[in-house]
Structures are given as structure tokens and as C-alpha cells.
Design a protein around this ligand. Sequence first.
Ligand SMILES: NC(=O)c1ccc[n+]([C@@H]2O[C@H](COP(=O)([O-])OP(=O)(O)OC[C@H]3O[C@@H](n4cnc5c(N)ncnc54)[C@H](O)[C@@H]3O)[C@@H](O)[C@H]2O)c1
Length: 418
Amino acid sequence: MKTEEIIDRPLTVAVIGYGPRGQTYTHHMKARPEQFTVVAGCEMRSARLRQMQETFELPDDAVFADEEEFFAEKRADLLIVATQDRDHVRHALKGLELGCHILCEKPLTNDPKECKALLAAQKKADRKVIVCHVLRYAPAYAKFKELLDAGTIGEVVSVDQTENVYYAHQAHSFVRGNWRDSETTSPMILAKCCHDLDLLQWFAGSPCESVSSLGDLTLFVPENKPKEAADRCTECALSDTCPYSAVDIYLRKKFWGRFMVSDERPLTDEAVEKGLREGPYGRCVYACDNNVVDHQTVEMRFANGVTAHLNMIGLSGYAGRQIKAYGTLGEIDFDDHKKTIEIYPFGGEPTVIDTTTLDTVPDGHGGGDDGLVSALYDMLTDRSPALTSLAASVESHYIAYAAEKSRLKGGKPVRIKH
Ligand SMILES: NC(=O)c1ccc[n+]([C@@H]2O[C@H](COP(=O)([O-])OP(=O)(O)OC[C@H]3O[C@@H](n4cnc5c(N)ncnc54)[C@H](O)[C@@H]3O)[C@@H](O)[C@H]2O)c1
């Protein structure tokens, strides 16, 4: 499917990795049968593989538990890569070799050499690689960018962004869960914040030149474990009072991450409780094998002189980004928690946009998950230009690599070579 072909049929889709992310994209595609047909998939976990086969009514010879068998031939026009962080480039390269377009989960990789290999492979294969920077497709973020581009606050001079991760999400993903160990996955500034860094370079409208960063793992360390605490929340005397009690988070408050505690569907409290007794999500947050930070700041300077500050904070009482852009003629504040965009023109009256009036699509990253799938068909069939390129996505990764390098050197500035 080269660019000169006109496609006027649903694109066939294969997915590798049917965890929450693989499920999200394919389910949004199922709602668009005129654009996408899921025809094959590969998943190592048997319960998830079975769910995928049932959901898309796939024949036995279209579902695979083994990636070598799956990649033995081209399965579809588009390959969704929704496996874990360290596998994305390997899977995307195999898909490109077979002639597929690729929708690839972030982060692409921890390794700058792999970024270069992927860029080269994309060029050689002449296929599209779209990285799931879903926030670019979320209506409120798109509106914020549109206001900046329209010159609402003149020239952008500086941007201040806070990523409020939320205490329960921090514990779920970065202490107990999949992204707790930078040796096996990614440093948190890459895993969680390649979105933020991508947004900041988008808002700045220029490549980043210089980065410095500070941050630590302060709270979730063994020294902070209370003497009375057990290693598992289901057996802990403090489970009624500890804010990080897995019993409180997953069973009482029914935090969204409970879907990852057990593969059973429909999910019952009994299955969640069993998962807490036996699996990683029931562990005391002070008795896990975690090493990623719980707070990190990044200072950036872009080639056009724009400066930016990012505060990634795991210990926040609510989730949602706050972004303030300062320009030569005014200020715009976007609060994804309060769902407002406030515009303060210098010398003029402030105006407020209620961003819930923009969110006409199903939620999931503020509508970004559905927004990406909704834009995808037209991008892959050349009916509209892609909102972002693989090269731009790679740039956001270079900022993250530089930030982590700086953090490990106590905040020493790191220059990014272009
Ligand atoms: N774009 C976003 O906003 C966003 C949000 C959350 C997570 N992510 C990223 O999406 C990716 C997937 O996240 P998730 O929460 O679905 O993770 P997950 O670990 O729950 O799911 C990944 C699935 O891939 C399967 N898998 C791994 N290697 C495989 C292989 N070789 N062959 C077949 N199956 C294989 C696993 O069994 C698992 O079911 C991660 O890299 C994560 O960082 C992106």
C-alpha cells in the first residue's frame, strides 16, 4: 500500500500485545467497521488471547501466542504494536519488513540507536509509523495548541507544565506495577512523560536544545515501611488507615487499575482479592522491587528561545495536567483536572472555555485514544496529513534521554545534538 494507491475499503489490522492498550485501540476500531477490520493478533497470555479471539471472532489460524509464528507472514495492512516498552522497536521493525503500516505504543525505546534504526527502516519500507502520542488528538489539548498557533497570546515565551500522576496511579504503575524498574522497562520520565515532552516541543514549535533535570525516589523505599506493616496489604493491620492500602485502592475505591490485577472477565471483587493476595498489586508499597523516581523536574530550552519547565509529581491528590503558556501578549492556562482553559490577554478581559464542551468523543486520555483512532484511517490513506511524524516523536524521546542523564548527574545541563 504505497502512497500513490487510493484505498477505499476498510484497512485490515493485526495487533501484537492485547493488554489494556491493545484492547483500547482495537475496540475503538471495532466501532468503525467501515474503516478497520481486526483480522489477526498475537498475545502471550492465554486468557487475553482467548478474549481477543472471541471479541473479533477470529479463526484459530489468525491468533498466535508465539511472535515468530505471527511474524512468519504479513497479516494485515496495519500492525498495532502494544507490547511492553522494550519490545516495541523489535516488533515494529518486523512489521515494517513485512510491509505493514505501524501504530506503535510509546515509549518507542530506551535506546537512541534503536530510534535511528526505526527511522531508517521506515524510510526504506516507505510505510507510516505513528507513535501513540494520544494527547495530540485529545480535543482540549488540540484547542490549547490552536489558541497558541492563532497568536492569542502573541509569541510563546515560556511554558510551565505539571503532570499530576496521582498517588494511586503512582503506586499502581511505578511502585507495584509494570513500570517500577527502569532496568527492565524505562525511566519514569520516558515512560510517563514522553507525552509531556512531546506536548512541550509541540507548544514551543521548535526542537529542544538543552535540558537539565532533578528528581528522586523519596517515599517508596523500604526505610519508610512502618514496623507494624505486613508485606501484603491483604494481611496488613494498617490496611484501614494506609492511603496506599491495595485493599482500599482496588476493592473499596475501585481504582481503574483493578482491571490489571486480574485477567478474569467479567471482573469480580473475588478475582481482584485473589490477585491482591497472590500478584504484584497486593504488595506493600514499601516492600516492592521498585527503583523509578516519584518526583522529577525538567528544565528545557528550545532552539527558538522558548523555555519550559515540567514537574512530574507522583504524590498528587488528583490526576490531570496543568499547563500555563506565557506569551508576549498574554497567558493561557489549561487545567485538565478542572476542565478549563483560561485566557488572560494583557490589558483585556479574561475568558474561560469549559473543555467538557469540546470532549464529544469517548474518554480515555481526554478523548485522545478515540481521537487518534478517528484520525488514523485518513492519515494512513493519505486523505489528511499526520498530526505528527516519527521524527518528531523521536525528538521527544531524545529530551527524555537527556533529562534522565542530567538527573543521574545531579542536574548537570545536557545538550541535545540535532
Ligand atoms: N499511549 C499511552 O498513553 C499509553 C498509556 C499506557 C501505556 N502505554 C504503553 O503501552 C504499552 C502496553 O501497555 P499495557 O498497559 O497494555 O501493558 P501490558 O503489559 O498489560 O500489555 C502488554 C501485552 O503484551 C503481551 N506481550 C508482550 N510481549 C509479547 C510478545 N512477544 N508476543 C505476544 N504478546 C506479548 C503481554 O502478554 C501483555 O498482555 C506499554 O509500552 C506502555 O508503556 C501507552
